[in-house]
Design a protein around this ligand. Structure first.
Ligand code: DC
Length: 229
């Protein structure tokens, strides 16, 4: 059966990665969470003191980009790949609110995006890949056979992130999370390079009031339609 490329883009915390990961498992494709790559760069910058008091030392980060080796290794227990930085698993460390609060300005830097896009395109050379992010259907894989643009209201997305963090035992408050979601929406859609926007040929999925199962069925139908084309 022909192996296509599937691009899943959309706002933060709208369940893109869960749906992309589930579809990849169902159809035997490789799943790549491109947001995890930007988060890993932000984590590196925070841990190395490249971000201090919210300010990024861009010159230093540019110089050190070559020291940031990102890879993914499938974790059978979680049923999805874990993210590694220089050979060390950073999957939990890249999901904290601290990283979430610093990642958007990192992802807005041209030299960071250039390097991430280059690595993402290399991962997709063989097809049979599902990648989720913000610019996958517009910049990384503009010729993807299936493009999906996912959206849900900011309040619903904040609630989902709150549930995720509290389930992990991280203390957080709803107002902070909603503010973080809205701020990231703003930065992601207004940045100069590859802002989040719907590709003209993307199918829109608003999952505000959809169950995981309904969403799964919707995706499988979209995938079947794309491979029959
Ligand atoms: O999907 P996420 O919330 O883990 O993404 C983290 C950040 O990275 C978010 O601020 C948007 C940015 N991002 C991006 O600019 N381009 C991508 N392809 C994926 C994520």
């Amino acid at each position: 059966m022909k192996k296509i490329t599937i691009a899943v883009d959309g706002f933060s915390s709208c369940g893109k990665s869960t749906m992309a990961k589930d579809l990849a498992k169902e159809i035997g494709y490789v799943y790549v969470d491109s947001g995890a790559m930007y988060r890993t760069v932000a984590l590196y910058a925070l841990e190395q003191g490249i971000i201090k008091e919210g300010k990024i030392d861009e010159d230093r980060l540019k110089q050190e980009m070559g020291n940031i080796n990102i890879s993914f290794h499938f974790n059978p227990q979680r049923g999805r790949p874990d993210t590694y930085l220089n050979g060390q698993c950073v999957e939990d460390r890249i999901r904290t609110l601290e990283v979430s609060n610093h990642v958007s300005p990192i992802a807005a830097l041209g030299f960071v995006r250039e390097e991430m896009v280059r690595q993402q395109q290399r991962m997709g050379e063989e097809g049979g890949i599902i990648m989720d992010g913000r610019d996958i259907g517009t910049t990384v894989f503009p010729n993807a056979e299936l493009k999906i643009f996912v959206t849900a209201s900011a309040e619903i997305r904040a609630q989902r992130r709150y549930d995720e963090l509290t389930a992990k035992g991280e203390s957080c408050n709803m107002a902070d999370i909603l503010r973080n979601v809205e701020e990231r929406d703003y930065i992601d859609t207004h940045r100069e390079i590859s802002p989040l926007c719907q590709a003209a040929d993307a199918l829109v999925l608003d999952n505000s009031h959809m169950t995981i199962e309904e969403q799964k069925q919707w995706l499988i139908r979209a995938y079947q339609h794309a491979i029959e084309k």
